[in-house]
Write a protein that binds this ligand. Structure first.
Ligand code: CMC
Length: 429
C-alpha cells in the first residue's frame, strides 16, 4: 500500500481513503470503509471505474493495446509456446521447466475422458440444442460426477478439479458438436497433443482414419492461447462472484460459460460471422456502416470495440495473421467473407465515428472466418472460446479462494422503487 491517500468530501465531511498501487497500471482508492464513514455507497453500473479484486494473473493496458499473462506479452506466448504451457503459466504463475511441462501435459491428458454416464446424460438434449446450452448444462453436471473434487477447502481437490476441467472441457465441447450432427462420440486419444486431440474428437468418425493437419492444430492452439484469460471480464467476474459464496468449482465454471454466451462477450465471434454473411459483398459495406453509426438503429459492428481496449486489440492482430495462415493452408484463395472483413476494417478505421470513439477490431473480428474455414459451424464458435477461457476462469477462481482476505461478493444498490407502504386487501387494489 502506498502512503498516498485520496480524499472525498461528502455531506460536508472530508474523509481520507488509502490508495493502493499495483505493479503497473492505475492506482486504486480503497473505498471499502466509505459506507461506514459517510453513509453513502459508490454508484458504478458496469464497473466502469471499479476494481473488484487484486490479481497477479493478467494485465491489460487498453490505451496501448497491451495484454500480458503473468507479465509475458501475448504475442510472445502465442508465437513460441503452446496452450498447455499457457495453462501452466496462468495456473501456477511461472513458465514450466521441460520436466514440469511434460508432467503437466501428462496429467491433463490422463483426465480427458469423461464419466461414461455423461454420454447418457447427453441423450436428454434435443439434437437441435445450441451447443452452448449443452455446455452450460454439462459443465455444471460435472459436479454431479466428480464429488471427490468439490471440497474447495482442500488444495489437492482444488487442483484435481482444475486439471479435470482443463482436460474435460474439450471432450464435452466435441461431444456437444457430435451430438448436434448425429455422429457418435469419439473418445480422446492420449498420444495426441491437447488441440490435435480436440480436433480429432470433433472430426474423426469410427469408420475412417483421421489425420490431424498440424498447421490447423497449431493455429487452433494459438487461438486457445489468445482466449485463455482476459482479467476481470464479465464471465470471469461471474465465476469469481459465484465462487465467492463457496460454490463448487464445476458450478462456478458453468456460470462463466453461461455469461460468456452473450453477444456482447464470447457470443460476438458468432455474431461477427453472421454480420459478415449478412453484409455479403463489399459494396454493401457503406450502408451497413451507416446503420452501425445510427443512434436509432441497434446495429453494431460486431467484433469491433472493447470496454478496455481503446487501441487495436493485440489479439486481433495475431488472429488476423492466423486467419491468413489457415486459409492458405486449406487452399482457400478467395473467401468473400475475408474480403468483406478486410474492407470493413479499412473503412471503419478511417471513419470519424469509429476513430473518435476509439473502436478497433477485437479478437472476435477475424476468429469467425478462421474457425469457419477449419470446419466449425458458427454455433460452435463460443464453445471454442469457452474451452480456452476455462483455464483463465479456474486460475482466477483459485486465486480468489486462496486469498485469505476473500469475502462473499455482495454489491449494494441505489433503490429507486416504492417507499414502504401498507398491503391492501385484494378488492381494494
Ligand atoms: N459498433 C458501433 N458502435 C459502437 C460499437 C460497435 N461495435 N461499440 C461501441 N459503440 C459505440 C456505442 O454506441 C457508444 O456510442 P455513444 O457513446 O454515442 O452512445 C460508444 O461506442 C461506447 O459504447 P459502449 O457500449 O458504451 O461501450 P462498452 O464499453 O459498454 O461496450 C462492447 C463494449 C464490447 C460491449 C461494445 O463495443 C460492443 O457491443 N461491441 C460489439 C460486440 C463485440 O464485438 N464484443 C466482443 C468484445 S471482445 C471479446 C470478449 O471480451 O468477449
Amino acid at each position: 500500500m502506498s502512503s498516498e491517500t485520496g480524499t472525498l468530501t461528502f455531506g460536508g465531511k472530508t474523509t481520507e481513503f488509502p490508495v493502493k498501487q499495483g505493479t503497473i497500471g492505475p492506482a486504486v482508492m480503497d473505498i471499502g470503509k466509505l459506507y461506514a464513514s459517510t453513509g453513502a455507497f459508490t454508484y458504478d453500473p458496469g464497473f466502469m471505474s471499479t476494481a473488484a479484486c487484486e490479481s497477479k494473473i493478467t494485465y491489460i493496458d487498453g490505451d496501448k493495446g497491451v495484454l500480458l499473462y503473468r507479465g509475458y506479452p501475448i504475442d510472445q506466448l502465442a508465437e513460441h509456446g503452446d496452450f498447455l504451457e499457457t495453462c501452466y503459466l496462468l495456473l501456477f504463475g511461472e513458465l514450466p521447466t521441460a520436466a514440469q511441462k511434460a508432467d503437466f501435459d501428462y496429467r491433463v491428458t490422463r483426465h480427458t475422458m469423461v464419466h461414461e454416464q455423461m454420454a447418457r446424460f447427453f441423450q436428454g438434449f434435443r439434437r437441435d440444442a445450441h451447443p452452448m446450452s449443452v455446455m452450460v448444462a454439462s459443465v455444471g453436471a460435472l459436479s454431479a460426477f466428480y464429488h471427490d473434487s468439490t471440497d474447495i477447502s482442500d488444495p489437492s481437490q482444488r487442483l484435481i478439479a482444475s486439471m479435470r476441467m482443463i482436460a474435460k472441457l474439450p471432450t464435452l465441447a466435441a461431444m456437444a458438436y457430435k451430438y448436434t450432427i448425429g455422429q457418435p462420440f469419439v473418445y480422446p486419444k492420449n498420444d495426441l497433443d491437447y488441440t490435435s486431440n480436440f480436433l480429432r474428437m470433433c472430426y474423426a468418425v469410427p469408420c475412417e482414419d483421421y489425420k490431424v493437419n498440424p498447421v490447423i492444430s497449431r493455429a487452433l492452439d494459438r487461438i486457445f492461447i489468445l482466449h485463455a484469460d482476459h482479467e476481470q471480464n464479465a464471465s470471469t467476474s461471474t465465476v469469481r462472484l459465484a465462487g465467492s459464496s463457496g460454490a463448487n468449482p464445476f458450478a462456478c465454471i458453468a456460470a462463466g460459460v453461461a455469461c460468456l454466451w452473450g453477444p456482447a462477450h464470447g457470443g460476438a465471434n458468432e455474431a461477427a460471422l453472421k454480420m459478415l454473411e449478412e453484409i455479403g459483398t463489399v459494396d454493401n459495406i457503406p450502408a451497413f456502416v451507416q446503420r452501425a453509426k445510427d443512434k436509432n438503429d441497434h446495429t453494431r459492428l460486431m467484433g469491433f470495440g472493447h470496454r478496455v481496449y481503446k487501441n487495436y486489440d493485440p489479439r486481433a492482430r495475431i488472429m488476423q495473421r492466423t486467419c491468413h495462415e489457415v486459409l492458405t493452408e486449406l487452399g482457400i484463395k478467395d473467401d468473400p467473407l475475408l474480403d468483406v472483413a478486410m474492407e470493413l476494417e479499412r473503412i471503419a478505421l478511417s471513419d470519424d465515428y469509429f476513430i473518435s470513439k476509439k473502436l478497433y477490431p477485437n479478437v472476435d473480428f477475424y476468429s469467425g472466418i478462421t474457425l469457419k474455414a477449419m470446419g466449425f459451424p458458427t454455433s460452435m464458435f463460443t464453445v471454442l472460446f469457452a474451452v480456452a477461457r476455462t483455464v483463465g476462469w479456474i486460475a482466477q477462481w483459485k486465486e480468489m479462494i486462496e486469498d485469505p482476505g476473500q469475502k462473499i461478493g455482495r454489491p449494494r444498490q441505489l433503490y429507486i422503487g416504492s417507499p414502504e407502504r401498507d398491503y391492501p386487501p385484494i378488492g381494494k387494489r
